[in-house]
Design a protein around this ligand. Sequence first.
Ligand code: ADP
Ligand code: MG
Length: 200
Amino acid sequence: MIVSLCGTPGTGKTTVCRQIPPKEAMVMDMNALITELVPDPCHDPASDSLVVDVDELRRGLAAFQWPEAGLILIEGHLSYLAPSDLCLLLRLDPREIKNRLLRRGYSETKARENAEAEGVGTLQIWAMEEETSRLAGQDPEGIVPGCGLVLERDVTGMEPGDIASWIHEMVRGYDEKELKRLIPYRPGNVDWLEVLSDWF
Ligand code: ADP
Ligand code: MG
């Protein structure tokens, strides 16, 4: 089973993965995978980020020989592009995102950009697009869909260990087809409109 652990930078993906023992899941770093599959990303000075050719990345991900491990957890904000069974999206109060990214040394502009992306749910929308195209079958243009079922949770105030337990619960629920355990986490319950309205 392949699981995308997704979330805006700063939501705590890498931290939570450190809580998961190697015998329980094989953790893969999406950024490392991107570097392997798309060796020459260009650097965009305006956003200070790497820009990859998404079609090239999709083709690379589709052809990738996934390890035969029981559970593979791909962590990274672009992991929704990976052909996973389940996409677990960590959501976090945008004010906390901004604080964490400033502490990490991001510029004010970049920290705010990420907080705003979280505020409007950019990754949730993109992940849901992948889920939809997977349900609809492969695109006639040959675009290989990414993640499958999307679930999300507001992890504001949660300890990394509790987030790791939630991940296990969702993986088990999916594996055992226990939809009623998953449905409370279907996208649509996390809403940062009130936080955003203070900013604009
Ligand atoms: P990501 O991998 O999603 O970008 P990180 O795991 O690097 O996020 O976490 C970003 C920052 O937030 C780090 O400084 C980390 O210590 C802190 N952090 C992560 N998870 C939590 C948590 N559950 N509670 C409080 N702080 C956290
Ligand atoms: Mg990280």
